[in-house]
Design a protein around this ligand. Structure first.
Ligand code: GDP
Ligand code: GDP
Length: 445
């Protein structure tokens, strides 16, 4: 059962992203540590009292340039209504109740979804300004909650309200050992064909598990390779439904599927090669730190000679240069060629993404690495690396303590990452390296 999804909706500048960042805490800053990735995330997993849910900041959805504010808000509200289980509607006490708030409130109420109205920028504790009471006029079932996203006040009440409104899966034990797989790719790459193939073996038991999010249906498969949960296959199987939605919605949907996945299958149409759209979709998996397999589909339709695979490999590696770790497999959903081989790769990259290396072993590696290639120096100061430890898995995340973050150049970080990969593999999974500056800075080269 998918985690519940909560969307924050509201006029621009009411403080949606401030609240989003407050609630998701450290996660965003870790994302920013990934080299080459600058795009803000609008999706993240949040946790309160041990319960996990997905949080969307609809304000982060890029408006079309010709959109008026009202149109943009309507668009965001529509997406929230279609995607989320619970909607947090944010207003701004400083601006008071304005016409656009009323307009969106009507739309939200019609949806029948649980709405939690929150009034932001109530910065002074214990003192509700007169304007706060205006918002009762919106007539939501729940009373407005006063918050200050800036100071974090009221967010506990908000999170409690979210927990009250969400249905949480209670069968978490049931999910142990199940690998969640998201099949992503542009339309017509062959996503539904591959899922049908992968689920079509005789020994396979296929069952649909209805999700909490409208239309999201997961397909669970048990076979000789293991137990797998293909995420959100409803949209894939009932294509017509997806097509009449706005394009942005399918991007969000892909985003959500990726967020829930352990492993992503990036489907590429062999005839088209890696397109810009493919690069963007692959970026979702990379940014989210998910293990990924590049599946080149429709291999049957390509004229081949001895060097075809080699030159194809090169092209894929160039286009998707930020994920050299992802294995490539050439398949045909049509003929079934190598399709079952995908399961072996899933198991492999899943395992690799959960591998833990002891601090002792890591520091041996660090000693070797710094002896072979001296850390950089600048203006008489040399980078000194104290130690390294692995703080989490999926993706494997390493924290390196050193004397100066500034001296830890990108190229040296890349070098350390390569050393980690040479030694431990981590095939199929991104790696995160977080640099922390610590202690005395007096070390002179
Ligand atoms: P969004 O467009 O709804 O995502 O709004 P932002 O999160 O970007 O915030 C808009 C502005 O409001 C920023 O300058 C924030 O610093 C400010 N802001 C957000 N929350 C609060 C708050 O609780 N109190 C005050 N005083 N300012 C806030
Ligand atoms: P989706 O939109 O990604 O789910 O793509 P579909 O699975 O619906 O496939 C799109 C089209 O590509 C259909 O006409 C399929 O028959 C065709 N197709 C899918 N896989 C293959 C393949 O391996 N080889 C060939 N030649 N065609 C394929």
């Amino acid at each position: 059962m998918p985690k519940p999804t909560v969307a924050i909706v509201g006029r621009p500048n009411v403080g949606k992203s401030t609240l989003f960042n407050k609630i998701i805490g450290e996660r965003r800053s870790i994302v920013e540590d990934t080299p080459g990735v600058t795009r803000d995330r609008i999706y993240a997993e949040a946790e309160w009292c041990g319960k996990k849910f997905l949080l969307i900041d609809t304000g982060g959805i890029e408006p079309k340039s010709e959109d008026t504010i009202l149109k943009q808000m309507r668009n965001q509200a529509e997406i929230a209504i279609a995607t989320a289980n619970v909607i947090v509607f944010m207003c701004d006490v400083r601006a008071g109740l304005v016409a656009d708030d009323r307009d969106i409130a009507i739309m939200l109420k019609k949806s029948g979804k649980p709405i939690i109205p929150i009034i932001n920028k109530v910065d002074r504790v214990g003192e509700l300004p007169y304007e706060f009471y205006e918002f009762y006029e919106l007539g939501f079932e729940r009373e407005p909650i006063a918050v200050s996203s800036l100071h974090g006040t009221g967010s506990g009440d908000l999170l409690d309200a979210i927990l009250e409104e969400c249905d949480f899966p209670d069968d978490t034990a049931d999910d142990e050992g199940v690998i969640n797989v998201a099949v992503i790719g542009k339309p017509n790459a062959g996503k539904s064909s591959i899922i049908n193939r992968m689920c079509a073996e005789e020994r396979v038991i296929v069952s649909d598990v209805a999700g909490t999010t409208r239309d999201a249906v997961d397909t669970r498969v048990e076979n000789e390779y293991g137990v797998y949960n293909f995420i959100d296959t409803a949209g894939i199987r009932r294509q017509a439904k997806v097509e009449d939605r706005i394009e942005k919605f399918s991007v969000i949907r892909a985003n959500m599927a990726v967020e829930r996945a352990d492993v992503c299958l990036l489907m590429i149409d062999a005839g088209d090669g890696v397109t810009e759209q493919d690069e963007r979709i692959a970026g979702l998996a990379h940014e989210a730190g998910k293990a990924c397999i590049i599946v080149i589909n429709k291999w049957d339709s390509i004229d081949k000679d001895n060097s075809t695979t080699n030159s194809y490999n090169k092209k894929v590696r160039t286009a998707l240069s930020y994920m050299p770790y992802a294995p490539i497999i050439y398949v045909s959903a049509l003929t079934g060629q190598r399709v079952m081989g995908i399961y072996e790769l899933i198991n492999k990259v899943y395992e690799q993404s959960r591998k833990r290396i002891s601090t002792g072993t890591l520091n041996d590696l660090l000693n070797d690495a710094t002896t072979r290639v001296q850390p950089p120096s600048d203006k008489g100061r040399r980078l000194k690396i104290y130690y390294m430890t692995q703080t989490s898995v999926a993706p494997p995340t390493f924290v390196i303590f050193c004397n100066s973050e500034e001296l830890f150049h990108f190229s040296y970080r890349r070098y350390i990452e390569n050393c980690l990969r040479d030694a431990f593999g981590f095939e199929g999974t991104p790696i995160r390296i977080i640099i922390r500056q610590k202690g005395d800075d007096s070390t002179r080269a």
